[in-house]
Design a protein around this ligand. Structure first.
Ligand SMILES: [Zn+2]
Length: 211
C-alpha cells in the first residue's frame, strides 16, 4: 500500500519547507559573502576606533531607504558618528534603551552633539495601536493574551502608537533628550527631518551650546 499524505498536509509541508529554504538562503548568502569579504581584507578601508571622530551621535529611523543615504547625504563615514536607529527616530521613554545609548555616547564615548533625524513618509506616522494589534492577531496572537497584557497594566495603546506629525515628533524627542536629568547641559541637541529620496535635510530645532 502506498502511503499518501492528505492534500492539505502535503501543501502545508510544501509551504513550510519553502519558507524555511528562503529564510536559510539569505543567511547562506550573507555568510558566503562575509567569508570572501574577510579573506580579501576588505575591512581595511573601514578600520577606526570606538570614539566618534566628529563627536556626534545621530538618532534616526530604521527605514531601508535611508540606511546608506543618511551617511552619504550628511557626508559622514564609518568612524565619524554613533548611530542609533529605531522605528521613527523617537525617544519614547526616558529610561529606555535609546536614551541609555545616547547617554553612553555622551558619558563614555566623548559625544558633544546629538542630532535627531527623522524622515518624511515614515511608517510610524499614523501608526495606530489597533492596526498593530489586529496584525498581531492575524499572525496568531490570541485576543485573550492581548487582554491579559492590558489587565496587567501594560499600556499597549500608548506604546504602539506612532505620531501624527513628524516635526512635532522630532521636537518632542529633542526635548526629552535635552531635559533628561542625566544629560549634561553642554551637550547640543538638534532636530532635523531628511527626505527619504533626495536626502535633503530640513532643520526643525537648532541646539545652542550652553556656555
Ligand atoms: Zn521611518
Amino acid at each position: 500500500m502506498i502511503f499518501r499524505l492528505p492534500k492539505w498536509l502535503h501543501n502545508a509541508r510544501f509551504v513550510f519547507f519553502s519558507l524555511r529554504e528562503e529564510a536559510m538562503s539569505e543567511l547562506d548568502k550573507i555568510l558566503a559573502y562575509n567569508a570572501s569579504f574577510v579573506d580579501a581584507e576588505q575591512y581595511a578601508a573601514y578600520q577606526t576606533n570606538k570614539y566618534p571622530e566628529r563627536k556626534l551621535a545621530i538618532l534616526s529611523c530604521m527605514d531601508t531607504r535611508i540606511v546608506e543615504l543618511i551617511y552619504a547625504a550628511l557626508g559622514v563615514k564609518n568612524g565619524d558618528v554613533k548611530m542609533i536607529r529605531n522605528a521613527g527616530a523617537v525617544v519614547s521613554h526616558p529610561w529606555g534603551s535609546v536614551m541609555r545609548s545616547l547617554l553612553v555616547a555622551v558619558l563614555e564615548l566623548r559625544v558633544e552633539e546629538i542630532m535627531v533625524i527623522a524622515h518624511f513618509d515614515c511608517g510610524m506616522r499614523g501608526l495606530t495601536a489597533q492596526a498593530m494589534l489586529d496584525a498581531a492577531q492575524a499572525r496568531g496572537i490570541p485576543a485573550d493574551r492581548i487582554e491579559t497584557l492590558r489587565h496587567a497594566g501594560i499600556d499597549l495603546d500608548g506604546w504602539f502608537t506612532g505620531f501624527d506629525n513628524v516635526e512635532q515628533s522630532v521636537r518632542h524627542t529633542v526635548n526629552m533628550i535635552r531635559h533628561h536629568p542625566l544629560m549634561p547641559s553642554n551637550v547640543v541637541v538638534h532636530g532635523l527631518v531628511i527626505h527619504p529620496s533626495t536626502g535633503k535635510l530640513t532643520l526643525i530645532e537648532k541646539g545652542m551650546r550652553d556656555e
